[in-house]
Design a binder for this molecule. Structure first.
Ligand code: ADP
Ligand code: MG
Length: 322
């Protein structure tokens, strides 16, 4: 089982940023309103994510670290109606297969528990004081998979990938206060007051945020909201379009193209916006179970959504004088 765990881990946990993404998504699924992420040495020495969410009950710890065990779906029908970010029950097992993990958690402020896992094995579990919520520390990532270590890029690149994923998660969840630090230095702090423009100001700069146009449109199947930069003053590239589908940060070429199409015009062809575009839809219309990292999705009615995105954006921009 150790080997299968390591193989599967490779699909979900490619680099320190994958650890950060999976732990933060668990914190979001647990209903947290505050998430703090600290990392040391590009996340290879340590990544810690602390939240104030539901916590994990003492007798559920083993299950949480078991592959394909999830508390989030119960039946086959649930698999087509996913409203949480996680559902495959792979992340904790995968992370524990390739690192040392310490979890300190409590579902109330009374009794808590501390457990230590290493290379898929539980080393220790004991009662421990803990505020309500969960703190997971991942140390010495890939200590037992040297090939994976070699595949990593420069420290700087790995740090940028961590910052990028936390930025996008924060933009997708403005009602959650995120703090991100690297070797103790604060890289991002959002206030969790549901103010997307303020969060964008923190991440991309106040001047840009103040000039952004509001996106708001809907059809019977989709609801689109967000903010998009002013085409007259923005130079960007396609990397600064954040697509959030039911709160999940996704990558999707065609939807991104539809956004770019709405942004461009004869006067300003091939311009790229800085944008946060949130799409809400019935979970039954989207298949998230395409890839272990869940960043790819398959959509029913994709063309309808593409058209709606393009027109929503061109209309939002027309409302402001060009
Ligand atoms: P999944 O998110 O797909 O269910 P994970 O391996 O990421 O699988 O997590 C396994 C289980 O551990 C979750 O289903 C959840 O019950 C529990 N869990 C993990 N992280 C947290 C957290 N921060 N707060 C509360 N429960 C958590
Ligand atoms: Mg998860």
């Amino acid at each position: 089982p150790e080997l299968t765990n390591q193989i599967a881990a490779g699909e979900v946990i490619e680099r320190p940023a994958s650890v950060v993404k999976e732990l933060c998504e668990n914190s979001l699924d647990a209903g947290s309103t505050r998430i703090r992420i600290d990392f040391i040495d590009a996340g290879l020495k340590q990544v810690t994510v602390q939240d104030n969410g539901s916590g994990i009950a003492k007798d559920q710890i083993d299950l949480a670290f078991t592959r394909h065990a999830t508390s989030k779906i119960a039946t086959e029908r649930d698999l087509f109606n996913i409203s949480t970010l996680g559902f495959r029950g792979e992340a904790l097992a995968s992370i524990a297969a390739v690192s040392h993990v310490e979890v300190v958690t409590s579902s109330d402020n009374l009794g808590g528990v501390r457990a230590v896992f290493s290379g898929s094995e539980k080393k220790l579990q004991e009662d421990a004081a803990s505020p309500k919520g969960t703190k997971i520390s991942v140390s010495d990532l890939f200590f037992n998979t040297p090939a994976r270590l070699k595949y990593l890029r420069s420290e700087r690149t790995e740090i940028l990938k961590i910052v990028d994923i936390v930025n996008r998660l924060a933009l997708g969840h403005p009602d959650v206060a995120f703090t991100l630090t690297n070797n103790g230095k604060v890289l991002l702090k959002t206030n969790g007051r549901n103010d997307l423009r303020q969060d964008i100001a923190n991440i991309y700069g106040r001047q840009l945020a103040e000039k952004m146009d509001v996106l708001k449109n809907s059809s019977p199947d989709f609801k689109i909201t967000g903010l998009i930069s002013d085409p007259n003053t923005t130079r960007s590239n396609r990397n600064f379009i954040s697509l959030l589908l039911n709160g999940r940060y996704i990558k999707n070429y065609r939807l991104t193209q539809a956004i770019i199409a709405g942004y461009g015009s004869k006067l300003r062809p091939r311009r790229y916006p800085i944008a946060v575009v949130k799409i809400e839809l019935d979970p039954l219309l989207v298949d998230v179970n395409v890839h272990p990292t869940k960043q790819e999705v398959r959509l029913s009615k994709e063309q309808e959504l593409e058209r709606l995105l393009t027109t929503s954006i061109s209309e939002a921009l027309e409302k402001t004088p060009q």
